[in-house]
Design a protein around this ligand. Structure first.
Ligand code: RB5
Length: 144
C-alpha cells in the first residue's frame, strides 16, 4: 500500500538532487508528485515554491520537498504562504528538530551545498519523525 503523497519541486540548480530524492521517495513507498522543473533551462525558484504551496493547500499532497541552489531562496518563498513551514536542512539533526519542534511540512535543500547521502538521510528522518507538540504546539500556533 502506498504511503502519503509527497510533492517535490526545484529550480534548475536543484533539479539533479530533486530527481534523486524523487526516486528515493518512490523506493520508500511514498506517492510522489513532481512539480518540476524538469529541464536545464534557468527558472525562478519562487514559481516552484508557490506551485508546491498550492498543492499542499489543496491537500493534494501532505508534505513537500523543495530544492534550489542553496535551499534559502526557495524556503523563503514557500514560507510566505501561511500554511507552509519550510525548513532548510543540512543534516539529520536539523531535519529531526524541524519535525519535532516546528512541525515543518516542507523540507528544503541546497542542491549545490549538500551531499546526496546526507540529503537522503535528512529525507528519511523528516518523513518518519513526529511533531512533539506540547510547548512547541503553542509556538507553532503563534506562527499562524
Ligand atoms: C539560482 O542560481 C540560485 O540563486 C537559486 O537556486 C538559490 O540558490 C537561491 O537561494
Amino acid at each position: 500500500m502506498k504511503k502519503e503523497t509527497i510533492a517535490i519541486a526545484s529550480d534548475h540548480a536543484g533539479r539533479e538532487l530533486k530527481n534523486i530524492l524523487k526516486e528515493e521517495l518512490a523506493a520508500l513507498g511514498y506517492g510522489v508528485m513532481d512539480l518540476g522543473t524538469n529541464d536545464h533551462e534557468s527558472v525562478d525558484y519562487p514559481d516552484f515554491a508557490n506551485a508546491l504551496a498550492a498543492v499542499l493547500k489543496e491537500n493534494k499532497a501532505s508534505r513537500g520537498v523543495l530544492v534550489c541552489g542553496t535551499g534559502i531562496g526557495i524556503s523563503i518563498a514557500a514560507n510566505r504562504h501561511p500554511e507552509i513551514r519550510a525548513a532548510p536542512c543540512h543534516d539529520a539533526l536539523s531535519a529531526r528538530l524541524a519535525r519535532q519542534h516546528v512541525d515543518a511540512n516542507v523540507l528544503a535543500f541546497g542542491g549545490r551545498l549538500i551531499g546526496v547521502e546526507t540529503a537522503k538521510d535528512c529525507l528519511r528522518v523528516f518523513l518518519t519523525t513526529a511533531f512533539e507538540g506540547g510547548r512547541h504546539a503553542r509556538r507553532v500556533q503563534k506562527l499562524a
